[in-house]
Design a protein around this ligand. Structure first.
Ligand SMILES: *Cc1c(COP(=O)(O)O)cnc(C)c1O
Ligand code: SF4
Length: 348
């Protein structure tokens, strides 16, 4: 059973002294903690990384001047409800703006979990028509909200409709359900994803403790159906801004056949300053993993540029220019090497 704001004190996840704070946060932003995530929280630990992600805190009531209601500029690229078309070859399709949990750092927190959060049949039909009329669209990314909250019947209808559009090659789902509510990934949901075209599922996981036995089993049900799995992680202060935690998370994901895809620098969503690290910190974390940890465990560290300018990699580069056509390359241990190597050098 999902816990809502009023359930958190009775469930022992929030001390009574903080009840009023939670109520005030819940007036601004949606609150939900799935049973699986609630069970992972240690209420005696004030720094619990699972609680930090889902249990409201007073810090959310403070807005920083750089924060924006629409941090990644979705609205600018939305030609009609339910569609965001920022890059020529791919569109986001958002059939609903509801989630199984509400992450306190959510980049869409001003739109998810509000009233009118489901795209009606007429609006959905217009979104499909938009995709059908544009042969340059190669991939549809079904996101939200969380599309795996749809009933298997409605999910299957979306997959069938997209599968029948000849110019599409890829149908990609972005979801937190396999991690936070793994029981939903049952036979019916997996069957709803069956298609002729390539179907990918990208799951959202931020801490190794989220990779429970039930989450691993849900991922395996998708893998056995032939669906490649990728993951996205948000870099969060107090949750995973630690090389050992990130290493455990990425190794855990790879071991369950999930390829870490993106590590997102936290977006400038309202009331989330307490979660943000600096870019320099993020760069030193990803640099610490490069080399000692398998290449399979290295997601691309990205920033979604505020204002809708797109996602770009922001990991430090190992290569810098040095003189005419030459380069200096830094190895994982910090040694610097000319490239091409000097004549008479190592390969002499
Ligand atoms: C993140 C995003 C995508 C997907 O980008 P990839 O780099 O292909 O994962 C597509 N459209 C929009 C608007 C996005 O924000
Ligand atoms: S699952 Fe994604 S969309 Fe939903 S609240 Fe969390 S970050 Fe936001």
């Amino acid at each position: 059973m999902t816990l809502h704001a009023a359930d958190l004190v009775p469930a022992g996840l929030v001390p009574p002294a903080r009840e009023e704070q939670v109520r005030r946060v819940a007036e601004k932003f949606a609150v939900a903690v799935s049973a699986e995530m609630a069970a992972l929280i240690d209420p005696a630990d004030p720094a619990d990384p699972i609680a930090a992600q889902f249990v409201p805190s007073a810090a959310e009531l403070e807005s920083a001047p750089e924060e924006r209601a629409d941090p990644i500029g979705d609205a600018r690229w939305s030609p009609l409800p339910g569609i965001v078309h920022r890059y020529p070859d791919r569109v986001l399709l958002k059939p609903l703006l509801l989630c199984p949990v509400y992450c306190r750092f959510c980049f869409r927190r001003e739109t998810v979990g509000k009233k009118g959060a489901v795209l009606g049949p007429a609006a959905l039909a217009r979104a499909f028509a938009y995709i059908r009329e544009r042969p340059q669209i190669w991939e549809v990314i079904v996101t939200g909200g969380d599309p795996f909250l749809l009933s298997p019947r409605r999910l299957a209808a979306i997959v069938r409709t997209l599968d029948a559009i000849p110019h599409l090659a890829v149908i990609r789902f972005h979801t937190r359900v396999p991690i936070v509510d793994p029981g939903r990934v049952g036979t019916a949901l997996v069957a709803a994803l069956a298609a002729e075209k390539a179907v990918y599922v990208v799951l959202h996981a931020n801490h190794p403790r989220e990779l429970t036995a039930a989450a691993r089993a849900a991922a395996q049900r998708l893998v056995r159906a032939g669906i490649p799995l990728l993951s996205q992680t948000v870099l969060l202060r107090g949750v995973n801004d630690d090389a050992a935690v990130l290493e455990a998370l990425f190794r855990g994901l790879v071991a369950m056949r999930v390829k870490p895809y993106y590590l997102h620098h936290a977006d400038l969503a309202p009331g989330t300053a307490h979660f943000r690290t600096g870019i320099a910190e993020g760069q030193s974390l990803v640099k610490a993993l490069r080399g000692p940890v398998s290449g399979l465990c290295q997601p691309t560290y990205v920033l979604d540029i505020p204002g809708g300018y797109g996602k770009v990699p922001i990991a430090p580069s190992a290569a810098r220019r040095a003189g005419e056509g030459g380069w200096l390359i830094e190895d994982p241990a910090g040694g610097v090497h000319p490239y091409p190597p000097d004549a008479g050098g190592e390969r002499g």
